[in-house]
Design a protein around this ligand. Structure first.
Ligand code: ZN
Ligand code: ZN
Length: 201
């Protein structure tokens, strides 16, 4: 099997030698999985990162979940961003300091928020968003706007994959998963809405 670019191993000295490179988030997450915390803006290895929210499209490259976001080049969503303390200061990120474990727990929280939102969108909120005719109220998003559905579905799948990575990272370290009931509630809602999920049993 060929390694894709995102899973290929890249030595750290190589990363550090590139100024302001756009770091592949899959790789950054894989590095964290290997117990390294790195700044997605400057590549520095740090003990703590600053985590917070930013809206600027530029911040998409520092947002772990935006890698799977289709609006990546022009994403004005509120994004969960992590940066090293000096990059955080330069970019005026109002963040709180997190160590590796704190980062993984925040990322899990962020995945859950995104998944809840995404499910809410495909099962209901899209009707408001697209201002559908009252007589189309019973139709499903995949029938009315298949492309939009596919985009949203791909995004949800991506976030679920990240969720599973974070989950196994916590498991391996015997860190309690906060509010474990969230998962079964989410799975139940997805199934009832008629969709599939990677988080099921
Ligand atoms: Zn940095
Ligand atoms: Zn985005």
């Amino acid at each position: 099997m060929l390694l894709t670019e995102s899973t290929a191993f890249v030595p750290w000295n190589e990363l550090n030698s590139v100024d302001k490179m756009q770091i592949d988030w899959q790789r950054a997450i894989n590095d964290i999985l290997a117990s390294k915390l790195s700044c997605p803006r400057c590549g520095a290895l740090v003990e703590q990162v600053m985590a917070g929210y930013m809206r600027t499209p530029e911040a998409a490259q520092w947002a772990p979940l935006c890698e799977g976001c289709t609006k990546r080049d022009n994403c004005d969503a509120r994004k969960f961003v992590i940066l090293c303390p000096s990059c955080a200061a330069e970019t005026r990120l109002r963040g709180r300091p997190l160590n590796e474990q704190g980062f993984m727990l925040s990322l899990m929280e962020e995945c859950r928020r995104s998944l809840d939102e995404s499910l809410e969108y495909i099962s209901d909120y899209w009707r408001e968003d697209l201002d559908v005719d009252p007589d189309e109220m019973d139709k499903r998003l995949e029938d009315v706007e298949p492309d939009l559905f596919k985009e949203e579905d791909t995004w949800r799948r991506y976030v679920e994959e990240q969720y599973l990575k974070v989950h196994s990272w916590l498991r391996e370290r015997h860190v309690a998963v906060p509010n474990p009931g969230w998962r079964s509630e989410y799975v139940e809602e997805v199934i009832v809405a008629g969709y599939t999920t990677l988080l099921g049993d």
